[in-house]
Every structure is written in C-alpha cells, then in structure tokens.
Write a protein that binds this ligand. Structure first.
Ligand SMILES: [Zn+2]
Length: 500
C-alpha cells in the first residue's frame, strides 16, 4: 500500500518574490500562552514583510531533535512526525505528506530560516505541543498543560474495563497517545506536566487493573500506566469536558472460566502419557499362529512385549503394564477392559502375522476402523477368531460385521490419534534393517474394541515367512522392534501431550 501524497496549496496566496532586506537584530520571542511568561528569544530575520525564524534556534529552544545538512541544504526535525525542510523551497514533507507554504525557506550564511507564520500550521500536527504566532507582536506562544490529576475511576465492565482519568485542565485528543508493553497499558499526555501523582488512587474496585503508575517522562510528557491481568483486544479513547476526563475503554479477552480451566486440566491429564498398556497377543491355550519352524506367536509376542516394556520404562520413564506377563489365556475383551480400568494412555497389541503365501513378509500397523482391503479383513478375522477359545462367545455375538465396526468407532473417540500413532510407529519400524512395511491399515479387531485410549495392533512380521520368523525369534531383533515402537511412542507423546 502506498501512502497518499497530498499537496496543500492555499488558494488566493501567490508565491512571492522576496526582497531580502535583513534586519539582523530581529528576534521572535517565545512566550507561554497561558502565563505570558517570556521563555526565550529566537534568532529571526525579516524579509518581504514576513518573519523568518532560524530553524536551528526553533528546534533547540523547543527541545526538538534535529539534523541539518549544509551540503544538501536539508533540515530535518524529528518529533511526533518527521519534518523535512529544503532550503529555497516552499515544500515541506511531514512523514510522507507533502505540504506547501506560500513562500520558500531561506538559506543565509549556513542557516535555515522559515516563514514562521506559514511554517507553524504546516507542521503543527508533527509537534508535541500547540504553537501560535502573533505577527503583530513577533511573539510565538507555546501552550503546555499544567494539569493536576483530580481523580481516577476504574470500573470493570462485562467484557473489559473503563478507566476515567480526571484532570484539572483539558488536553486535546491529538496530544494523547497510548501504548502497550509487558502487561502495562500506557496513556501518554504530550505537552503535559501533570502534577499530583499521589491523587492517582483508584476509586472503585477492579479485578482487571491490578496496578497504576504516573510518571513525568520529560517536561513535556506525562505517562499514566495501568497494569492489566488480561490481554487487551480493543481500545477506545474519548474526552469529556467539565470536568475534563480522559475516558479509556478497554475490551479485554475474556478470562478463562474456572470450569473451563478444570476441563483443560482434565484434558491435559487425559493426554499425559504416563501409562502404556502392552498387550502380548494370544497366550495359554491359544498359541496364535504357528511359524514355519514351529514357533508360536504367543511366545514371540510376549518376548517383544517384555523388551518393549523395558525400553519404554528406561527411555521414557513411562509406567508400563502388560495384559499378560506369562503364558496364560486372556479373553480379548478383558485386555481392553484391563487397559481402561488401569487408565492406560496408550494400548499396543502385539501380534505376528501368517499367510498361505510364504513369500509375504514385513510388518503392518493396524488401527481400529472398517477394513479397506480383503487382506486387512482377513487379518482381523484371524485375530478375532481367538474367541473360539473363549468360554462366553456370546459376548461378541452379532459384532462380527458392520455393526461391530460402527459400534467400535462410536465408542472409540481416539480414532484420529490412533491413526497418527500408527503412522509414527510404522515409520520407525520401517527404519529397521531389512524392514519391509506393508503399511498402516485399518480393520475391526475385537481386541481394540472399547479401548478408551489411542490404540493399535502391530503385526510385527510373518511367522509363515522363513526370514521373518528367524528375525522375530532373535533377541536383537525383538529389542530393535521394541526400540522402534518406543521411538514412535516418544514422537506421539511429543505431539499430543499438552504443555502448560
Ligand atoms: Zn495374533
């Protein structure tokens, strides 16, 4: 966005050709508007019927920072805005705005002189105080405020706070500036010497403004500070006369209600991954799949589970419980019930795959959901078939179809998280030497049904594949798998645990 450039040309005033007739003794007197007190004499010259004031004197006397370049013949005053003045030129740039005086700035003996009558209206908004020129008396009057603080009222409103600062004298709105820093809201009154800081006592109670302060920043600026315990969303300032009041309304962000805070704490607790439930598949009378060289899935899953427990505890200092730590039979439903009862934060069910195609190898990470492929459905059906060993098969009656998935998904509010968790674990397992990822899949597993935590089922490899079976019974591979899953848990924990 470009700034609008405005050229102000006063109608009816022609550019004058000036006959410079110097009157070196001339000076313009700076007086105080209210008291009439003489403050200073400023070097000036008279030319073409106008008074030209020395810009250096002007800036120095009024304590305005300035720079001049006698080579480029430029003069710059930095105040509320930056004023750029060029010798022998009627144009003045105030920030990005070009303004025009009817006569040019003079340059004599290395000094800049500006026609004071035209200069002041051109730069008034860039100055911190009002200045008026009285040509008949060759006087420049400066107005400053000597206000007294008469009171401060702070009222909490529905969605913010209302601050009323009562002063003994009025100050134009253009002289009031606000800023925010480190929880403080500041109101700066330019051209104001404001006395009686002791009077800055809050009338009324506020739970939002916790502290106030008043400081005279310079002889021209008084600062009022308000410390807020909330974030300001919107501010509005207006003035009121008789009595003069600066009225500041601050809309603040709503404070989090206590019940929501409690809810957030509960939510944080929910995601604090401090207990992982590992479920070694099968066990006891249920051997699971039987490998090419006769290894039982139930033994491999328990061995990996024990490695995983050790890694999680050692690396992440997480408490770990196993649904079984011996060769015993545990019904599928009891495994998730155990996890829920213990308030586990993650549920990892470990298994070993099998397929009539002996060439199939690699790992698959499953999360609960409707099977998208026949293979996923086949694996779920196999793992679910364990219920044949269970005494009370009717627990699952009618659940082995779409209704089961629907019920499972409805009861499992951690579907998205489970999928994320599955992705992270799959990525880590894929990094293992000679790894082959079949991918992340979803299927309906009874063992995951009803788990009230992110959960997944890992088919760590194929017992039906000679190489996979050999690797899976190898202690080093079991540990490598455990480490990879641990890394997945670490990443999931970093992603989901809420920090304060
Ligand atoms: Zn299994």
């Amino acid at each position: 966005m470009t700034r609008r450039t405005k050229i102000l040309i006063r109608p009816g005033v022609c550019l004058l050709f000036l006959m410079v007739s110097l009157s070196p003794a001339d000076e313009i007197v700076l007086i105080h508007q209210t008291t009439g007190e003489r403050l200073a004499g400023l070097n000036a010259i008279r030319a073409g019927g106008y008074d030209f004031i020395s810009l250096a004197d002007f800036a120095q006397t009024l304590d305005l920072p300035y720079t001049q370049n006698t080579l480029l013949k430029t003069f710059q005053i930095k105040s509320r805005k930056t004023i750029h003045i060029l010798a022998l030129n009627p144009f003045i740039r105030v920030d990005e705005e070009i303004r025009q005086m009817p006569v040019s700035v003079l340059y004599l003996n290395g000094r800049f002189y500006a026609p004071v009558l035209f200069l002041l209206p051109c730069i008034q908004d860039a100055l911190p105080f009002p200045l008026a020129y009285h040509p008949e008396r060759q006087e420049m009057a400066v107005s400053t405020y000597h206000a007294q603080v008469q009171g401060l009222t702070i009222e909490d409103k529905q969605n913010g706070v209302l601050i009323r600062l009562r002063l003994s004298e009025s100050v134009p709105l253009s002289n009031i500036y606000t800023s925010e820093s480190n929880g403080w809201f500041y109101v700066d009154v330019y051209a104001g010497e404001i006395e009686n800081a002791a009077a800055l006592q809050i009338e009324g109670k506020s739970s939002i403004v916790t502290q106030t302060m008043k400081v005279q920043l310079s002889k021209d600026t008084a600062r009022f500070g308000f410390r807020l315990n909330r974030t300001i969303k919107e501010k509005n300032i207006r003035l009121q006369e008789q009595p003069f009041e600066i009225i500041i309304s601050l809309r603040t962000l709503e404070q989090v209600p206590a019940n929501l805070l409690a809810e957030l704490t509960r939510e944080r607790e929910k995601w604090k991954i401090d207990l992982v439930i590992i479920d070694p598949g099968h066990g006891g009378k249920d051997p699971g799949t039987i490998g090419v060289s006769g290894y039982y899935e139930k033994h491999l899953t328990l061995a990996i589970a024990k490695e995983l427990k050790a890694e999680l505890e050692r690396q992440l200092k997480i408490k770990v419980l196993l649904t079984r730590d011996a060769d015993v039979f545990v019904p599928l439903q009891e495994r998730t019930q155990f996890a829920n009862r213990k308030n586990g934060k993650l549920f990892i069910s470990l298994h070993v795959d099998s397929n009539p195609n002996k060439n199939l190898h690699g790992h698959t990470v499953y999360f609960m959901g409707p099977a998208k492929t026949d293979e996923a459905r086949r694996v779920a059906q196999y793992e679910n078939s364990v219920i044949e060993y269970e005494d009370s098969k009717k627990k699952y009656a009618g659940l082995s179809d779409a209704a089961f998935i629907l019920a499972a998904n409805a009861s499992n509010s951690f579907n998205k998280e489970s999928q994320d968790f599955a992705d992270l674990v799959d990525k880590q397992l894929s990094h293992l030497p000679r790894a082959h990822s079949i991918g992340v899949r979803q299927a309906g597993f009874y063992v995951l049904y009803g788990a009230s935590m992110p959960n997944l089922l890992i088919e760590t490899g194929f017992a039906s594949n000679r190489q996979d079976e050999k690797r899976l019974k190898d202690k080093a591979t079991q540990r490598a798998i455990a480490k990879a899953i641990t890394q997945g848990v670490r990443e999931f924990k970093e992603r989901y645990e809420m920090v304060n």
